[in-house]
Ligand binder design. Structure first.
Ligand code: ACO
Length: 315
């Protein structure tokens, strides 16, 4: 049994804030943000929530797949910014869509989508699910300190979703998905509080340079491991979709791999860093053309540290 991608969808809050429109008292500039990160704008939730964005992205993915919500028997949402401490975002999506089966969230920060993909793929390959919605959805604007210019300018809100369907007798689908973590780095990218410690969600705190170095290293190692384990070379890869944390991380990776920059999808200029939503939102940007490509590589890295890599073969 293979887990084949048959639909992609995305959702962004209506409000878009360019670097020029950030609060004046932040003491930042378009020049600083653009040159250090590649970010030009971000969408910020007002009336939207993580679950409403996730539901909208899911509906669009189902529309593209021409699959009804009643066929979905598994929903996994990668998120660390749920609407409530409980229930999960996934169960709210399940309610909004009117589907049945099993629904749950995965907490792996920016790696949430690749973690969710790995689990959904296992459900499908072991016959426990036939049709899965894999979603990355976040409202990081709610957990950044809007007085801390070193972190708040980096993030944005949004959601992306894919539909995975169980199919036999096909060479397409999730060909490889490896997720990893190293808790020794737990303090490097962390919130300043949480339910069980401060009874708040806390604000994002990070050691930016260490995160930068780790991301470049893990992206590079993960691609090479993926290629080795699948007997492929970079020539066989049509598109790399890395987590959109910083355009300089992506540029460095592209240089180290020695590949054409057209082979690497960059959407951080439009969305900023949307954590678990960044990879599926990037996929959504090219949803009308991506199915003409064959081998897609996804790369993630996030708090924990967590990281992951996937190889997806499209039709
Ligand atoms: N506007 C203007 N100046 C700023 C801003 C800002 N928004 N933020 C920081 N500065 C200033 C600092 O105060 C500092 O000034 P000083 O030299 O007078 O003290 C100067 O800029 C340099 O600050 P650094 O933090 O050292 O800047 P650095 O060059 O490391 O860049 C950045 C910071 C962009 C975050 C970088 O570390 C980075 O790219 N990290 C990668 C991690 C990342 O992008 N994380 C996002 C989430 S993690 C993830 O998704 C996996």
């Amino acid at each position: 049994m293979n887990s084949v991608i048959v639909g992609i969808g995305g959702a962004l809050p209506k409000k878009c804030v360019t670097n020029f429109e950030l609060p004046a008292d932040l003491d930042t500039s378009d020049e600083w943000i653009s040159t250090r990160t590649g970010i030009k704008q971000r969408h910020i939730a007002e009336n939207e929530t993580t679950a409403s964005l996730a539901s909208e992205a899911a509906k669009k993915a189902l529309e593209q797949a021409k699959i009804s919500a009643s066929e979905v028997d598994l929903i996994i949402v990668g998120t660390v910014t749920g609407d409530y401490t409980f229930p999960s975002v996934a169960t709210i999506v399940q309610k909004n869509l009117g589907s049945k089966g099993v629904a749950f969230d995965v907490s792996a920060a920016c790696s949430g989508f690749v973690y969710a993909l790995s689990i959904a793929d296992s459900f499908i390959k072991t016959g426990k699910a036939k049709c899965a919605l894999v979603i990355g959805a976040e409202t990081f604007s709610r957990i950044v300190d809007w007085k801390d210019r070193s972190s708040c300018v980096l993030f944005g809100d949004g959601a992306g979703a894919i539909v995975l369907r169980a199919e036999k007798n096909t060479d397409c689908g999730v060909k490889y998905c490896k997720i990893s973590s190293d808790g020794a780095y737990a303090d490097y990218l962390i919130t300043s509080g949480g339910v069980s410690t401060t009874q708040t969600s806390g604000f994002v705190k990070m050691q930016g340079r260490e995160v930068f170095k780790f991301a470049v290293e893990k992206f590079y190692d993960s691609v090479n491991e993926l290629l080795r384990e699948n007997n492929m070379t970079l020539d066989d890869v049509d598109l790399i979709v890395p987590h959109q944390a910083n355009s300089r991380i992506i540029k460095k990776l592209t240089e180290m791999l020695g590949i054409d920059e057209n082979k690497v999808l960059v959407t951080i200029d439009k969305h900023a860093n949307t954590s678990a939503a960044s990879i599926p939102l990037a996929l959504n940007e090219v949803r009308d053309t991506i199915f003409s490509k064959k081998n897609i590589v996804l790369l993630s890295m996030g708090a924990g540290f967590t990281w992951g890599a996937a190889l997806i073969k499209l039709r």
